[in-house]
Design a protein around this ligand. Structure first.
Ligand SMILES: NC(=O)c1ccc[n+]([C@@H]2O[C@H](COP(=O)([O-])OP(=O)(O)OC[C@H]3O[C@@H](n4cnc5c(N)ncnc54)[C@H](OP(=O)(O)O)[C@@H]3O)[C@@H](O)[C@H]2O)c1
Length: 266
């Protein structure tokens, strides 16, 4: 099979830059487009050189249509507004859309869902094997424990992160709620909500420095405590997961998928 042609959305960002470097060194995929803001002074410059790797012969563009023109797949770590706009174009062009962007509203998610009627969409608040494994374990533990056990999720990220709680914290919370046969929206509370009541899942958010992403899920009752922690050591792990998802998406029918689908059926 020919190399999968990938367009990177949010190419000027922390994840976008790392994504371009990772695509450049991964067999089976090639970069065919990189989107910057239309008023960026970097438009027209080589995307590989801008990302700090080698010359890739792909000029950065400020036009989503141009960036998607030759792509089989899109890797998107950007902002909710841009991701929703790209999802519409992906659906029109039948281009697989891998979404790592977090902080989406219910309305954004509905739009993504409707795009997935026409193309393959893989969306996850975390693209790493470790976190998706942690989510599966959380669901299992939460199912096994009596309702008097409290569940708390603590996350820490770099000081510039725009959304809170993180997409990963929500993914873990959803898994824990699923274990109790509940919807997260019915039992989620923030750290200021005290005292805790039975069945609530608490979220605590820390910000500082350049932390890539630390998450701890705590299960506590009056006699004992279970704590499970995941620490991201490099953004590269999210990039490898996103490429895995894009290659997997190539063989799927239109629909909305998660990384759990990718890891379970690959
Ligand atoms: N799912 C996962 O595994 C995972 C892992 C890490 C991060 N994330 C998420 O991925 C997203 C990006 O993270 P990040 O740390 O890379 O953030 P970031 O550095 O702020 O990157 C986002 C990029 O999108 C660009 N952008 C925004 N609107 C645009 C537009 N209309 N046209 C062109 N470019 C536009 C921004 O450009 P400007 O700088 O000009 O605004 C910025 O470079 C966040 O939602 C984050 O939570 C997910």
């Amino acid at each position: 099979m020919s190399d999968m042609r990938l367009a990177v959305i949010g190419a000027s960002g922390r994840m976008g830059q790392m994504m371009i470097r990772t695509i450049a060194e991964t067999p089976g995929v090639i970069l065919t487009g990189a989107l910057h803001r239309s008023n960026s002074s970097f438009i027209g410059q080589d995307a590989g050189e801008l990302a700090g790797c080698r010359h890739l012969g792909i000029a950065t563009s400020g036009s989503p249509e141009e960036v998607l023109a030759n792509a089989d797949g899109i890797i998107d770590f950007s902002t909710p507004t841009l991701t929703v706009e790209i999802a519409k174009l992906a659906a029109q062009g039948g281009i697989a859309h891998v979404i790592g962007t977090t902080g989406m509203s219910q309305d954004d998610l509905m739009r993504i869902k409707s795009s997935a009627c026409n193309t393959v969409v893989v969306r996850s608040g975390n693209m790493s094997v470790g976190v998706n494994l942690l989510a599966a374990i959380c669901e299992k533990i939460s199912r096994a424990l009596d309702p008097e056990w409290d569940i708390e999720i603590v996350e820490m990220h770099h000081r510039l992160k725009k959304d809170a709680p993180s997409g990963t914290a929500l993914l873990l919370g959803e898994a824990a709620a699923r274990g109790r046969k509940k919807s997260l929206s019915d039992c989620m509370v923030n750290n200021q909500h005290v005292p805790r009541r039975d069945g609530e899942i608490g979220f605590a958010v820390l910000r500082g420095g350049n932390v890539i992403g630390d998450h701890t899920v705590i299960f506590a009752n009056t006699n004992e405590r279970i704590e499970i922690t995941h620490r991201a050591q490099s953004r590269e792990l999210f990039c490898h997961g996103a490429i895995k998802a894009a290659l997997w998406a190539r063989h799927q029918k239109p629909g909305l998928y998660s990384m759990a689908d990718v890891f379970i059926t690959e």
